[in-house]
Design a binder for this molecule. Sequence first.
Ligand code: BTN
Length: 267
Amino acid sequence: MPETRFEDVRRFESIDSTNRYLLDEARAGAPEGVVAVADHQTAGRGRLGRTWEAPPGANLLLSVLLRPDIDPADRHLATTVVALAAVDAIGSIELPAASTVVPVRIKWPNDLVDLEGRKVAGVLAESDLASASGTEGLPAPVVVGIGINVNWPGEDDDLPPELQGYAVSLRMLAGGPVDREELLQGFLAALGGRAADLATATGRRRLAQGLLAACSTVGTRVRVDLADGSFEGIATGISPEGHLVVESGGVARTVVAGDVVHVRPGT
Ligand code: BTN
């Protein structure tokens, strides 16, 4: 399968939500590869029905439209594609002050965090399987949005008290402003190869391995919140399918979806 080139980049000074925009475009038959980038979102969507806020012109807010022709059980790897492309891009930016890269990790499955576990970016994948039947011949769409804290917050004090110590920006980690356009170009360059990996079994295993290599969750004590309850254990690995493996009470459980909380010692 030829690699999708993510060249149809649609830029918005202000929009309600880039995810909402691309879901509508997908319903109207837009192909894989469209990217929507916003300077500002008035109704940015976060996970679990939350909102995603950032001041205008400070952060990278974008969504990509994918149409992976794969088993529905593997579609969750679309999130991994975008998270890994963001890790690749962040690792390639030129830093204003430091001579090293900004280290970011993936908190399984949706967050990018720094080495202290503070959130650098969040990923939200939204599907509209119902729209698949309306766009004949095209695989069902999945829209994956990411909000990367690039230049906001500039410091901890910029955040509302409940987010202080919980979120961090690349600017704070790098010690100076970071070029959003350079980061976007790095992201788009990485995205083609990462998205191509969705199409083959070997590629999907590579995505799972990439996730394992970048994952801050493996090796930590976690609480997994599922729809029907929660359990605690030690995250011991990522399965070849990209699921989190958690050992709990002597049993290895595979977590396909759910909210994972890193449990710090003593909490
Ligand atoms: C999370 O809650 O951690 C996920 C946040 C995802 C935010 C991004 S910003 C660009 C895209 N458009 C949206 O409305 N949400 C995502």
